[in-house]
Design a binder for this molecule. Structure first.
Ligand code: BTN
Length: 323
């Protein structure tokens, strides 16, 4: 049975009888029951009431590829060569990596309602329940290898913040290198993966996950997190959110290609959640304590440690309790 059709039927949040579903989708009661179980495993709450049928605990608005494409501005839509909205996939980053060096892949944008193996930075898992959040990846080609990518992940974080401002969401900040923070908790993450020639023509997959609504499945996340729905007055349409974030991202990428991260540094500093804070930076070999000064023109972290300011290109930050 086509799971997407069943989810689309239930999306209105109303009751649908087994008979109605069976007739529409041409399947048996037993097959429906099996797929309802599957939908629950993927993260949606389904009520089952004898005599009435099945109903989602709340209506959902599914992602719609045509609507997203139509809402994009001319720079973003002319960049796209292929746009997919997948109901279930392992990871949109993986789908994008698989296509990255094909013609279509050079302007590929891939959304998913559910990821079975959503991945985060540093080998972590990105919990990706069905229909609640935004998960997408896009492929961008760069001519000058890894050196031209300095600060790219910070730029992506800033462009997400700029897009979220359109939805009247206050209390946003950025935690180096690229966590988007809302009221002190993580609301969005970015994972860049590169393929191709590291010193020449390469393709970068930009993967973005934004928490939009709470879901039981997200209880397993082991860090402080929040969803946009917790602070937004109106119900957020993920399609509209997708349009704004992609428009913002494409505009920023065009500027980044010409001017590099330096052009985004003032904007990033405005939202810097760590400036002036005492932190520990865990690098590959050791842990360094210091006070954050800011970021430099390449997106490196400037840390005052042992009386001098040093620049770090990677590492994991923990904020220290100030005494
Ligand atoms: C992080 O750890 O902060 C990065 C999270 C990135 C998650 C997104 S969701 C869409 C894309 N596909 C993935 O598998 N990961 C990224």
């Amino acid at each position: 049975m086509d799971l997407h059709k069943l989810i689309s039927m239930l999306a209105d949040g109303e009751f649908h009888s087994g008979e109605e579903i069976g007739e529409c989708l041409g399947v048996s009661r037993a097959a429906i029951w099996k797929q309802i179980k599957r939908i629950e495993e993927l993260g949606l709450d389904v009520f089952k009431v004898t005599g009435k049928g099945y109903k989602l605990s709340a209506p959902i608005r599914l992602l719609d590829g045509d609507r997203i494409f139509d809402g994009l501005n001319s720079s973003a839509s002319s960049w796209i060569r292929k746009l997919d909205v997948l109901t279930i996939t392992d990871s949109t980053n993986q789908r994008a990596l698989d296509l990255a060096d094909t013609v279509a892949g050079k302007g590929y944008l891939c959304f998913a309602e559910y990821q079975s193996q959503g991945r985060g930075r540093r080998g972590r898992k990105w919990v990706s329940p069905l229909g609640s959040n935004l998960y997408f990846s896009m492929v961008k080609e760069f001519a000058n290898g890894a050196a031209a990518l300095e600060g790219l992940s910070l730029m992506v974080g800033l462009s997400i913040v700029n897009a979220l401002k359109e939805f009247d969401i206050g209390g946003l900040s950025l935690k180096w290198p690229n966590d988007v923070i809302l009221e002190g908790k993580k609301v969005a993450g970015i994972l860049l993966e590169m393929t191709g020639d590291p010193s020449g023509l390469c393709q970068v997959v930009i993967g973005v996950g934004i928490n939009v609504a709470k879901s039981k499945m997200m209880d397993e996340i082991d860090q402080a997190w929040i969803s946009l729905g917790e602070v937004s007055n109106s119900s957020l349409d993920r399609n509209q959110l997708a349009i704004s974030v992609v428009n913002s991202l494409v505009a920023s990428l065009e500027k980044f290609e010409v001017e590099g991260f330096a052009a985004f540094r003032p904007g990033w500093s405005e939202y810097d959640a760590l400036k002036g804070r005492s932190v520990s930076l865990a690098t590959a070999n050791n842990s360094i304590n210091g006070d954050v000064v800011g970021v430099d023109d390449t997106g490196g972290l400037l840390l005052r440690t042992e009386g001098e300011v040093k620049c770090f290109k990677s590492g994991e930050i923990t904020v220290r309790l100030e005494s």
